[in-house]
Ligand binder design. Structure first.
Ligand code: AR6
Length: 175
């Protein structure tokens, strides 16, 4: 049952004791604002030191590091698309962020993983459209044979929480 594997919560992703949290990074992987800044701040300098050795990351791709001072064991850094007008491959690139992050999770035997709402802050992706892509891609991956037991969507506002809850209802629960 996919329904029991997906959770939506409102909160700060840096506080979660899960196997892996996902970071909405930029192509440099050298930190920034938003959730990226919060993760680097909570993880401490070891994270930035490891990121320096990764040689950046392309938009739509993902790379994994340890969690350092975070309660999470791993951080999966992915780079969402900057929203332009929806006609520049933004949807496919955002789906790829979720897909590649889950692929890395599987390769590292990660059982539970938490995602922020990638690209919906500084990168300006419309939040409801992003939530549909996030939930739809996770559903697709969980429908395959996988070691992943739990995916948590961590929302930083009530509004974002509502978008994700509604989308989970539409795409998963009511099917
Ligand atoms: N926990 C969970 N979600 C959070 C947290 C947190 N602690 N902090 C913010 N969010 P953003 P992007 C939410 O801007 O749009 C950075 O500078 C936030 O409310 O962090 O992918 C990077 O270095 C929003 O819903 O990421 C890049 O340059 C979501 O996380 C750029 O921003 C994503 O917002 C990436 O932009």
């Amino acid at each position: 049952m996919i329904t029991g594997k997906i959770n939506v919560i409102e909160g700060d992703i840096t506080q979660l004791s899960v196997d892996a949290i996902v970071n909405a990074a930029n192509t440099s992987l050298l930190g920034g604002g938003g959730v990226d800044g919060a993760i680097h701040c909570a993880a401490g300098p070891g994270l930035l030191a490891e990121c320096r050795g990764l040689n950046g990351c392309e938009t739509g791709d993902a790379k994994i590091t340890q969690g350092y001072n975070l309660p999470a064991d791993w951080v999966i850094h992915t780079v969402g698309p900057v929203w332009r007008d929806g006609n520049h491959g933004e949807d496919a690139l955002l789906a790829s962020c979720y897909y590649r992050s889950l692929e890395l999770a599987k390769q590292n035997n990660i059982r539970n993983i938490a995602f922020p709402a990638i690209s919906t802050g500084a990168y300006g992706f419309p939040p409801e459209r992003a939530a549909r892509i996030a939930v739809g891609t996770v559903k697709q991956v969980l429908a395959e044979k996988t070691t992943i037991e739990q995916v948590i969507f961590v929302c930083f506002s009530k509004q974002s929480y509502n978008h994700h809850q509604q989308t989970v209802q539409e795409i998963i629960t009511n099917k």
